[in-house]
Design a protein around this ligand. Structure first.
Ligand code: NAD
Length: 265
């Protein structure tokens, strides 16, 4: 029986790259996504023998239960790895968000991961164990301009993973966290904004390295093989950190004199 992996957001970008990688290694893969057309395309590529798609909105616990039960049956009764990868990001200045305009990102990026970590327990907690990999982001290490809510959700996923590795370790489940830097997936184009421009072009112009999703998928494979890995790894991009520091310095330089001038006659 081949090993099995269920990947949320498996219809696109990083999730699809992971599905391709593990499928090529002989694994049985389950793809959960809200994008039915994307699922259909991915399944046409992978073939029906060791791949199955599930319509899954990670915000819905009943949808999780249905998808995981369906995949466990398809995979011969066990799920070895769950990757909580589905995520969205909204590029906006925090002060421009409408009241409560942070709900969707929190619901998908954080609550969706929490649902997944609970819903998988019946499939990994019966003594057979397993691994959960949660996809956070380098933005969870250093908060990023116009991505405040995104950064907060990814920081939360990071600490959640660390804590869960301790709790779920008691029932034989390992939890690790992947923290990618900028990676060449459709999410970069979804971050297009008439006001702020194309994210991919801006990032490239800064000299920040954009990673390849297939390289990250390979790193996930390495994570699974490395026993010592207690808590995933982070891709620490020096160019990105240097850029953030520059932006901070520039903003402080602009804002401080103005605010002092206003408050002090
Ligand atoms: P992507 O947009 O190509 O893929 C995201 C997938 O998630 C899509 O298939 C989308 O349909 C799916 N999805 C969205 N909402 C969903 C929901 N409610 N339920 C189920 N599926 C849903 O983006 P990606 O870059 O491949 O992103 C994958 C993960 O990697 C995300 O969590 C993202 O935050 C993270 N990440 C990406 C980058 C990057 O630069 N690309 C960097 C750091 C972290």
């Amino acid at each position: 029986m081949s090993k099995s992996i269920f990947v949320t957001g498996g219809a696109s970008g990083l999730g699809l790259a992971m599905c391709r990688h593990f499928h090529a290694q002989g694994w049985t893969v389950g793809l959960g996504d809200v994008d039915q057309a994307g699922l259909d395309r991915a399944l046409a590529e992978l073939g029906p023998e060791r791949a199955r798609g599930f319509s899954l909105d990670v915000r819905s616990r009943p949808a999780w239960d249905e998808a995981l039960a369906g995949f466990a049956e398809f995979a011969g009764g066990r799920i070895d790895v769950l990757v909580n990868n589905a995520g969205i990001s909204t590029r906006v200045l925090f002060q421009d968000l409408p009241p409560g305009g942070f709900d969707q990102e929190i619901d998908i990026n954080l609550r969706g991961v929490l649902h997944g970590c609970q819903a998988i327990l019946p499939f990994m907690g019966r003594g057979q164990g397993g691994t959960i990999i949660n996809v956070a982001s380098a933005a969870g290490l250093y908060g990023t301009a116009r991505l405040a809510v995104y950064s907060a959700t990814k920081g939360a996923v990071r600490s959640l993973s660390e804590a869960l590795d301790l709790d779920l370790g008691l029932i034989g489940i390992r939890v690790a966290c992947l923290m990618p830097g900028m990676t060449d997936t459709p999410i970069l184009d979804k971050l297009d904004d008439p006001k702020w421009g194309n994210m991919r072009k801006i990032v490239e112009a800064r000299g920040v390295k954009i990673g390849r999703p297939e390289d990250l998928a390979r790193r996930v494979g390495e994570m699974l093989e490395t026993d010592e890995l207690h808590y995933g790894f982070a891709v620490h991009d020096e160019a990105q950190v240097a850029h953030l520091n520059q932006v901070r310095a520039k903003r402080r330089g602009v804002l401080k004199p103005q605010s002092f001038a206003k408050t002090r006659p």
